[in-house]
Design a protein around this ligand. Structure first.
Ligand SMILES: *Cc1c(COP(=O)(O)O)cnc(C)c1O
Length: 345
């Protein structure tokens, strides 16, 4: 039985072409700046996102942390969404390791934060207050149904930031999904950011890594933070080689994942006892709630698992499913059938 693993797009395995590129990769000591393959990946990432420079890091979490540590000193404040990955899913790293004060604003269902609420959160210059330094955006917004933020919205956040002398950081773990969903060049979604990260280890199917992108000066400082956090890697070209293939070969197909997610969301919405909001599925993330009282959460999970379908739990009776490179259209149909069977007892 094939396992249909919808828990995350991080479960993707490297493609044949990545494995071949990894096998052939020219390498050097990247902490000395000597790895030509890492250097090529960083150059390509900077070019794609319209920034001067980029830095290869082991994970998106470390990338976000490096960026926030570069923007903010101890006791400084960063404004971010209460549903943001940085606030919810990164083990409190910015506070624990950076002494950075997170100032959360409510994320609206579409992943945005209300501009007036952001403005209201910016501190006045007063010795009692922490200093506001940074506004963080997340695109696509993981916990908000994978919603893509539009260029217009991001432009208005940038304008607000500039008015108050603040920097903008973009957690763009899935920024290429956002660009694909909105059918805009990715630079329309990165031009607002003083710094950004994106992941190559999710839907783009590379085995490891994320890229931090920004100005030459920002990346120079970020490189020191990476070393400080123990993220300096040596012959990392082995990994970067897969990243280059990810950026060259795997972006275009993201639209297929979005189609598959819409299909999944649309069909699950028709199954009695499940609650799904198919209108909200814009990228590769589907949330689903168990509304029937016939099955407990554990029974539901176990029964779909017996039929080869894995999903992740994100709350009481709330599940998340992602489409990705390892999931074909046929897998989606099979997953729908399996879930329908379980729900119909
Ligand atoms: C996955 C993810 C990250 C972190 O990436 P890791 O490589 O898993 O550390 C950051 N932000 C968002 C929105 C993510 O979905």
């Amino acid at each position: 039985m094939k396992i249909i693993d919808l828990r995350s797009d991080t479960v993707t395995h490297p493609t044949q072409s990545m494995r071949e590129a990894m096998f052939r990769a020219e390498v050097g000591d990247d902490v000395f700046g000597d790895d030509p393959t890492v250097n090529s990946l960083e150059k390509l990432a900077a070019k794609l996102t319209g920034k001067e420079a980029a830095l290869f890091v082991p994970s998106g979490t470390m990338g976000n942390l490096i960026c926030l540590l570069t923007h903010c000193g101890r006791g400084d404040e960063a404004i971010l969404g209460d549903q943001s990955h940085i606030f919810v899913n990164e083990a409190g790293g910015i506070s624990a390791l950076g002494g950075i004060n997170p100032h959360t604003i409510r994320n609206q269902p579409d992943g945005t934060m209300d501009l007036e609420e952001i403005e209201g959160a910016i501190r006045a210059d007063n010795i009692h207050f922490p200093r506001t330094r940074l506004i963080c955006l997340e695109n696509t917004h993981n916990r908000c149904y994978g919603a893509p933020l539009t260029p217009d919205y991001m432009d208005s956040v940038l304008a607000l930031a500039r008015q108050h002398n603040l920097a903008v950081h973009l957690d763009g773990a899935r920024i290429f999904n956002a660009a694909a969903a909105l059918k805009v060049p990715v630079t329309n979604l990165t031009r607002q950011a003083d710094s950004l990260i994106f992941c190559i280890s999710k839907g783009l199917a590379a085995p490891v890594g994320s890229l931090v992108c920004g100005s030459d000066e920002f990346i120079r400082q970020a490189r020191r933070k990476r070393k400080q956090l123990g993220g300096g890697m040596r012959q990392a070209g082995i990994l970067a080689a897969a990243g280059i293939v990810a950026l060259e070969e795997m972006i275009e197909r993201l639209a297929d994942d979005h189609q598959n997610a819409r299909l999944l969301g649309g069909e699950l919405a028709n199954i009695e006892g499940l609650r799904v909001d198919p209108e909200r599925v814009a990228t590769n993330i589907v949330y689903c709630e168990l509304a029937s009282h016939k099955l407990t959460q554990e029974e539901f999970l176990q029964r779909i698992r017996e039929r080869g379908v894995l999903v992740s739990v994100t709350g009481k009776n709330r599940f998340r499913m992602l489409s990705h490179y390892g999931i074909s259209r046929e897998d989606i149909f099979n997953a729908i059938d399996a879930i329908r069977e379980v729900m119909n007892g």
